[in-house]
Design a protein around this ligand. Sequence first.
Ligand code: FES
Length: 122
Amino acid sequence: MKTIEELAAIRDKMKSSIDLRSGSDEGKRVVVGMATCGIAAGARPVLNAIVEEIAKRGLKDVTVTQTGCIGVCRLEPIVEVYEHGKEKVTYVKVDAQKAVRIVNDHLVNNNVVTEYTIGNAK
Ligand code: FES
């Protein structure tokens, strides 16, 4: 059992990280499709690669979440990037290498990796 002081310290620490995330509309949200089809196609290493690259780069304004069925099994793994005031970008047939590039080009440098988007899918 933790002491009241320890619990208060944890609360304060968590509160500051929550404030960081909810404090702006400028943040980006990355959603990885983790339905069975996505997992079978390799979504787990993609999710790991995204989370690791974001941590490595120390990005604070990005949240990563998982979702279920996105509706296009044949294009999994699918990664969506949401940004306030911009159109959603859907990346398809993502692998761990592409995921790292999406983090670096799109999330860090604001350049959509057009060649990986759904518009270019075959
Ligand atoms: S089950 Fe594959 S996208 Fe819905």
